[in-house]
Ligand binder design. Structure first.
Ligand code: 13P
Ligand code: SF4
Length: 301
């Protein structure tokens, strides 16, 4: 990375009172210029708590939108406006309303990987780090509709023993992690534990030792006494795992688990975003207020 670009970013950050947030799946060089790198829950807490005037969100659209929901007075920039999450686009607010109408007294638990408009139609949000706790806090006498990730929903159902109606969304990147891949890596590293993300299919979760959010995987690695971990999630997380745990080996379940949308953000785009103060995230106020209620119910837990 050229020193000149890094210097210009540092200067603009100071002039604009900007904070750079990066998700754990971002390119290594983007993670390295960020002020804070984390999972969805950690990033939303950071966005809510900062006194910076500008947030440059290196992640995908729903994450930057969540920052804007929480901090409407701040300028929230997503350095590539096309960096979306295909899973978040698997349910529209209209489809959500149709589904709600089918189940009397339903409560909607919405994975943060969703649009602001879908959050606005939901009772409470969750991330992969707190999904089970959020579901456990719902009214057990009323049905729960979980959107949009059927696999995270399925994982939570098994963990909590609560029946839920599952929307059939999924993450195309985590679909690339298979049991065969786990078996292949286990044969190479029999002593290693296998950690996967709960967006993986149920058979993959069964074949792993733990299913954890990206933040959970990083915490597990810090406390791990062994030498090798096999990681079944987007490969961007390997950068931080290796940086934070220099004596250990981290092996991806598969190199194919790559999220092309996460990789759209580059250091050059961060620079032009800061220079031009664009692309900005905007949310109609009546949607933002309702989405905020669902996000705040999650953060209050
Ligand atoms: P985490 O909240 O675990 O970081 O996951 C976000 C995500 O998009 C996983 O695909
Ligand atoms: Fe969306 Fe999957 Fe990419 Fe996460 S990894 S942002 S869920 S497509």
């Amino acid at each position: 990375m050229s020193e000149k670009i890094l210097e210009e970013i540092a200067g603009l950050k100071q002039d604009m009172r900007a904070l750079i947030l990066a998700h754990n799946y971002q390119r290594s060089e983007v993670q390295d210029i960020a002020d804070f790198t984390g999972d969805s829950l950690e990033l939303s807490r950071k966005a809510a708590g900062t006194d910076a005037e500008v947030i440059v969100f290196c992640g995908v659209h729903f994450m930057a939108e969540t920052a804007k929901i929480l901090s409407p007075e701040k300028t929230v920039l997503l350095p590539d406006a096309e960096a979306g999450c295909p899973m978040a686009n698997m349910i529209t607010p209209e489809q959500l309303e149709e589904e709600k109408a089918k189940h009397e007294g339903v409560q909607v638990v919405c994975y943060v990987n969703s649009s602001a408009a879908v959050k606005a139609g939901s009772d409470v949000c969750c991330t992969s780090a707190n999904a089970a706790a959020v579901v456990e806090a719902t009214d057990s006498r009323r049905p729960v509709l979980f959107v949009p990730d059927q696999y995270l929903g399925h994982y939570v159902m098994r963990k909590t023993g609560r029946e839920m109606i599952l929307w059939p969304g999924y993450c195309p990147t985590h679909m690339k992690v298979t049991v065969k891949d786990i078996e292949r890596q286990k044969a190479r590293f029999p002593e290693a534990k296998v950690l996967v993300h709960p967006e993986c299919r149920p058979d993959v979760i069964d074949a792993a030792d733990e299913a954890l959010s990206t933040g959970g995987i990083l915490r597990y690695a810090r406390a791990y006494k062994g030498k090798t971990l096999i990681i079944g999630t987007e490969t961007g997380i390997l950068h931080r795992l290796r940086k934070e745990n220099p004596g250990m080996a981290f092996v991806p379940v598969t190199e194919k688990a790559l999220c092309p949308n996460m990789k759209r953000i580059t250091v050059e785009k961060v620079l032009s975003s800061l220079r031009e103060m664009t692309p900005k995230i905007e949310i109609p106020e009546q949607i933002r207020i309702r989405a905020l209620a669902a996000v705040q119910r999650m953060l209050a837990l």
